[in-house]
Design a protein around this ligand. Structure first.
Ligand code: SF4
Length: 400
């Protein structure tokens, strides 16, 4: 089985949504059509990176995870301006924005102009905010790698800041229209970045932030606890196993609407003209048999029910037909509801004898003479018997 490539957040999310789309992107490396919102986000991110980088003061790291990082040993302080204002002028920043601008992916000159003005506006407001509130970054746009208990992961982290009360804060910029507290609480991206930072830095992560650039609003949430990280780890394990097993089934859904690979996806491939008749006949036959199957199933259940009533009425279990004999059989099961007695079982150190609560376990315990008879009686009384009747045919033509 091939090894799984390192999973980034977007690679993980793509595979979860559609493994075949993941294959087209990450194995076949088929480029997607550029999209305006990605281009816009990339340009704004690159200007923010240049704007914030002079403020970076690196901090201690763990050895051996990412090789691409700067450490305190190779850090050279940059020009940082005075403490009141930013270190480059607003005009310099906007010139940087103009140089970084890309027209890729916009559907019309009007759309491009709208986005371009939006970028100027939010960067200008962000710049003004920096004069009042200076962040304390320890890194910007850093590529981190790690092995998360066997799963290779990586990611580019927009910013890692020193948290107000010590430790580190992971920050991700968002240029999207809307952003809510729920997005920050449920973001798998932030969870994954927390893991990357914790495995690369010596200090703990004390906060996770999605920064909504359009409104300049940071949405801060506490770091994820163990249960949330375990849930994400399990899901990433499923993705990693799927990739190693080369399981690339198409998984159609609403997301197909924005997929660039519909023309090569089997879900959307049309039937060749030479095969149309043959396939139409096959589908029609399948459709007819399915309908018959449903009708026969209903008729079979009704007949068995009628036989059951007659057998009850007459007290007879064998009913002869002209070819076969219908024989009524009984299947008995027991179910125990142990919730009420579990505290006493635990007190007596017996809970371990009923790990699953299956009837065999309960019966063994109830028959054990070394256990208090009163407790055994109470356990036995939690049981309820279920009887299911069904019909067999002896001498049926179906058996011959
Ligand atoms: S069209 Fe839908 S099913 Fe096909 S690859 Fe794209 S997302 Fe997957």
């Amino acid at each position: 089985m091939p090894s799984s490539p390192a999973l980034s957040y977007s690679s993980y999310r793509t595979y979860l949504e559609c493994p075949l789309r993941w294959k087209f992107l990450y194995i076949d490396k088929i480029p997607e059509t550029p999209r305006s919102y990605f281009t816009f986000g990339r340009v704004v991110h690159s200007v923010l990176e240049e704007l914030i980088r002079p403020l970076v003061v690196p901090t201690a790291r763990r050895a051996g995870e990412s090789d691409s990082q700067r450490t305190l040993d190779d850090w050279q302080p940059r020009r940082r301006g005075n403490e009141e204002g930013p270190w480059i002028s607003r005009e310099e920043m906007l010139a940087m924005y103009d140089r970084a601008w890309s027209s890729e992916g916009y559907s019309s000159p009007e759309e491009e102009a709208r986005y371009r003005a939006l970028g100027r506006d939010l960067l200008t407001r962000y710049y003004d905010r920096l004069a009042r509130e200076r962040p304390r970054p320890v890194s910007v746009e850093e590529h981190l790698e790690a092995r998360w208990d066997g799963i290779p992961i990586h990611g580019y982290i927009d910013r890692i800041d020193r948290a107000p009360l010590g430790g580190l804060e992971v920050l991700d910029y968002k240029t999207s229209r809307e952003l809510s507290a729920g997005d920050a609480k449920e973001s798998d991206q932030l969870s994954l970045y927390q893991v990357l930072v914790e495995r690369n830095y010596s200090e703990p992560v004390e906060g996770l932030t999605l920064f909504h650039l359009r409104s300049l609003t940071p949405i801060r949430v506490p770091p994820r606890g163990k249960p949330a990280l375990t849930t994400l780890y399990d899901r990433m394990g499923v993705v990693s196993d799927g990739i190693r097993a080369e399981a690339y089934e198409p998984t159609p859904g609403r997301h197909c609407g924005r997929c660039d690979f519909r023309s090569i996806c089997p879900e959307f491939r049309s039937v060749p003209a030479s095969e149309e008749t043959r396939l139409r006949e096959l589908v029609d036959r399948f459709d007819r048999l399915r309908n018959e199957e449903g009708r026969i199933g209903t008729e079979l259940r009704d007949t068995a029910e009628e036989l059951h009533h007659v057998a009850e009425e007459l007290g007879i279990h064998r009913l002869p037909g002209s070819q076969a004999v219908a024989v009524r059989r009984r299947e008995e099961t027991w179910q125990y509801s142990l919730e009420g007695v579990r505290p006493d079982l635990e007190k007596s150190g017996l809970a371990g004898r009923l790990p699953t609560g299956r009837p065999e376990e309960v019966r063994r315990l109830v028959r054990d003479p070394s256990i208090d008879p009163e407790l055994r009686r109470r356990v036995a009384e939690t049981g309820a018997r279920r009887v299911k009747w069904y019909w067999d045919l002896e001498g049926s033509s179906a058996e011959r």
